[in-house]
Design a protein around this ligand. Structure first.
Ligand SMILES: [Fe+2]
Ligand SMILES: [Fe+2]
Length: 160
């Protein structure tokens, strides 16, 4: 598995994150309010955004992709805000319909983001990063944790 391209591993994370949100939302339809799949997906998404912003995007910015990276960072801010909205709804024990529409909104934002990131950004990750940077990102994908309190650069909402 060592030879898996970064793009493959990152795209697999996208699918896992989507899958967790979909699983939670589908569960709600049947009265299952277990938040585990959603919380796991949101933790995964926060870590995913962290590693892109800290370990991947700086290399791509330096390689001339500043404009598309700017768009990706702005969208990360919107995703981060959407997750904080969901956290608030969960804490407030909001009704199922509101939770489901918040999940749909997050999934739509993810679809919009990933449908650009996968064809435009990730192929560059496979070619621009040198061996050392690629290995560092693989290591992080395998075992790394997001530092406590880290926030996406363009998140706008304020945590309590
Ligand atoms: Fe991504
Ligand atoms: Fe991203």
């Amino acid at each position: 598995m060592q030879t898996m391209a970064l793009s493959e591993v990152l795209e697999r994370e996208h699918r896992d994150i989507d899958g967790g949100i979909e699983e939670y939302s589908a569960g709600l339809t049947h009265g299952d309010t277990d938040t585990t799949p959603l919380l796991r997906a949101m933790n995964g998404l926060r870590r995913h955004i962290y590693l892109e912003e800290e370990f991947l995007f700086p290399h791509l910015k330096n390689a001339g992709l500043a404009m598309p990276i700017f768009v990706m960072m702005r969208e990360h801010g919107e995703l981060w805000d959407a997750m904080e909205t969901l956290d608030t709804l969960l804490a407030d024990n909001t009704d199922t319909g509101t939770l489901q529409s918040a999940c749909r909104e997050l999934l739509a934002k993810l679809d919009n983001h990933n449908s650009k990131e996968e064809p435009i950004i990730y192929p560059q990750a496979d070619t621009v990063l040198d061996d050392a940077a690629t290995e560092k990102l693989h290591d992080y994908l395998n075992t790394g944790r997001m530092p406590h309190g880290w926030r996406c650069e363009k998140a706008t909402s304020v945590t309590a």
